[in-house]
Design a protein around this ligand. Structure first.
Ligand SMILES: NC(=O)c1ccc[n+]([C@@H]2O[C@H](COP(=O)([O-])OP(=O)(O)OC[C@H]3O[C@@H](n4cnc5c(N)ncnc54)[C@H](OP(=O)(O)O)[C@@H]3O)[C@@H](O)[C@H]2O)c1
Length: 236
């Protein structure tokens, strides 16, 4: 049996793979994106710290009065929800103002380098947290914890480019679902579907599962992601 959730990367790129949709003027695209996401019946969605900023809030992180250190142990806050909104926030930058997003319980994945003040803040806000590593996030380990501690079996990976690139490089994406918007963006240096830091990730082959024309000139493409990397000789 899998020790991690099945991961579907679900995104809305332009035809040239850019993903910053501001200024695209696609009136129904976000609704189409959410509607399609719902069809996957996932238990949770996960996004990078930058993509989560607009949803998290701007609460103040208070200084603690107590000098007692807080153990680096995973914290599962009391919650009723059975679906989850998850952030990867290695150094604890997100200032959560609530413990849920539209009724979905918030889980944040941290490294052990975060401050005690920040952990106390998360506990007070009722936000669950998991440690993904000491100084950097070990994604397979983090995903295994999401499965065992929260029972998450089906996970939507919803950007941005850096987190998608990290999952791709770690070979943790099972399926790719893209709603290609009728836009030629052309902006260099902006996030793309997969942005892999430092080194080039091995290219992954895709097997087309389905294609569908959607409202507003959007094309929905679904692929399986090959587990084996393509050989360097097969690349141009
Ligand atoms: N069109 C779409 O479908 C779509 C969907 C989602 C997002 N977006 C857009 O994408 C843009 C943001 O993308 P982005 O690539 O700049 O940022 P991102 O992937 O949302 O977040 C990147 C940040 O997340 C943390 N992170 C991600 N992967 C990590 C890993 N493996 N280990 C440790 N930390 C990791 C790091 O936080 P720290 O910097 O704190 O270390 C990193 O800087 C936004 O403009 C958003 O609107 C578009």
């Amino acid at each position: 049996m899998r020790n991690r959730p099945y991961v579907i990367c679900h995104m809305l790129p332009s035809v040239d793979g850019r993903i910053v949709i501001r200024g695209w003027n696609l009136p129904n695209a976000t609704r189409e994106y959410e509607r399609t996401a719902a069809t996957f019946e996932a238990d949770a969605w996960i996004i990078g710290r930058i993509s989560m900023e607009p949803y998290a809030g701007k609460a103040r992180v208070p200084r603690r009065a107590s000098p007692e250190p807080i153990a680096r142990e995973d914290f599962v806050a009391p919650h009723e929800a059975s679906s989850y909104a998850i952030a990867i926030d290695p150094s604890g930058k997100l200032r959560w103002s609530a413990s849920d997003i539209d009724g979905e319980h918030v889980i944040t994945i941290l490294t052990e380098s975060v401050s005690d003040d920040y952990l106390a803040f998360l506990q007070a806000q009722g936000v669950s947290y998991l440690f993904g590593g000491k100084a950097r996030i070990d994604l397979p380990r983090a995903l295994a914890k999401l499965r065992t501690k929260f029972g998450i079996k089906r996970l939507l990976l919803e950007g941005g480019g850096k987190i998608n690139g990290s999952f791709l490089a770690a070979n943790l994406i099972d399926e790719l679902s893209i709603l290609v918007g009728p836009v030629a963006d052309g902006s260099t240096g902006t996030p793309t579907l997969f942005d892999v830091a430092k080194r080039r990730a091995p290219a992954r082959g895709l097997r087309l599962l389905s294609m569908e024309k959607r409202a507003g000139g959007i094309v929905w493409l679904r692929y399986n992601v090959a587990t084996a990397a393509m050989s360097a000789a097969g690349r141009r």
